[in-house]
Design a protein around this ligand. Structure first.
Ligand code: NAP
Length: 314
């Protein structure tokens, strides 16, 4: 039993790739992680995915992608892939993909493993994880009704999620290390206009303290060096992402931050392995670019598999 395409990752990139390989009638298996959710699926409101002017809930959007992939025949399994190894199957180059107790072969592999939130590494961050420290506003926001929340970071995620958290919180304080923000202008405008949000700029969070739960964040002004304590019940960290590519070391070329390097057609350094979405080294990480990547990687996988089998339409 050998698949034509194994897709690793069940976010917008992997699911789009699955729609395309399945419609090309490649026998397709999508392996999705049980432990690492697709970031899109835990995003509060999506308002820049074309075709939905009224906006969308991330979980609902990913479920629609999945329904569409299933409709065209994609098979699904759950597990965290630990290894991809090249071997020969019926005289053809193939890859064995290991996850859990399963070892499954495929002629091509599409990596769509995405990225996970980065930790800041400050004192108390680990201790208070789940006791006030969070990396997911959709998952944990409702626990902070009427409370004071600190958000750390100045990018799109920090601002978008800070605005979402004002639905529950009494006050949201955004701590950012620079004097201006990285986030897209429309998100900045929205956050500046929100009366529940205050900005503490040119400041870094130095530590999180409390007893059984978070009680305060220690803040240091980067100009004056002055340290203050900001009382709060919740701390949400949105300081960027790291790619879920640890299992790929030595299999495909990665850049210095661990993102998969890709060529034309989203090829990788290993023939027959393709990459799409947030795990790929690129500048813009959006749902729409993940979906675009998925289509391109699937198209390349199809050409590759058909050439390998000698069935390509010349
Ligand atoms: P990001 O763009 O990398 O921003 C991370 C933020 O955290 C930056 O402001 C950065 O500060 C700060 N930061 C990083 N390390 C820090 C440290 N050690 N101490 C203090 N601050 C630190 O990450 P993101 O906001 O999660 O966005 C990731 C990608 O997803 C981006 O491509 C973004 O456009 C996309 N995204 C898009 C949307 C949307 O389109 N609606 C929503 C969410 C995310 P500096 O600015 O000083 O570097």
């Amino acid at each position: 039993m050998i698949y034509d395409a194994i897709i690793i990752g069940g976010g917008p990139a992997g699911l789009t790739a699955a729609i395309y390989t399945s419609r090309a009638r490649l026998k397709t298996l999508l392996v999705e992680s049980f432990t690492v959710p697709a970031q899109a699926a835990i995003t509060s409101d999506i308002e820049n995915y074309p075709g939905f002017p009224e906006g969308l809930n991330g979980f609902e959007l990913v479920e629609k992608f999945k329904k569409q992939a299933k409709k065209f025949g994609t098979e699904f399994k759950t597990g965290d892939v630990t290894k991809i190894k090249e071997h020969k199957e019926a005289g053809l180059r193939a890859y064995r993909v290991d996850f859990g107790d399963e070892k499954i072969s495929s002629l091509s592999v599409i990596i769509a493993t995405g990225a996970r939130p980065k930790q800041l590494g400050i004192a108390g961050e680990d201790t208070f994880r789940g006791k006030g420290v969070s990396y997911c506003a959709v998952c944990d926001g409702a626990f902070f009704k009427g409370k004071n929340i600190v958000v750390i970071g100045g990018g799109d995620t920090a601002l978008e999620e800070a605005v979402f958290l004002t639905k529950f919180a009494n006050k949201v304080s955004i701590i950012h290390r620079r004097d201006r923000l990285r986030a897209t202008k429309i998100l900045q405008e929205r956050a500046f206009a929100n009366k529940k949000i205050e900005f503490i700029l040119e400041s870094t969070a130095e530590g999180i303290s409390g007893d059984s739960k978070v009680k305060a964040v220690k803040i240091k002004n980067t100009k004056s060096g002055k340290e203050t304590e900001l009382p709060c019940e919740g701390v949400f960290l949105f300081v960027g992402y790291i790619p879920n590519t640890d299992f790929l070391k030595g299999t495909v070329g990665l850049d210095k931050d661990g993102y998969v390097k890709s060529g034309h057609g989203l090829t990788t350094s290993a023939r027959g392995i393709f990459v799409c979405g947030d795990a790929r080294a690129k500048r813009l990480r959006q749902i729409v670019t993940a979906a675009g990547d998925g289509a391109v990687a699937a198209f390349s996988a199809r050409l590759y598999v058909e050439e390998l089998k000698g069935t390509a339409y010349e």
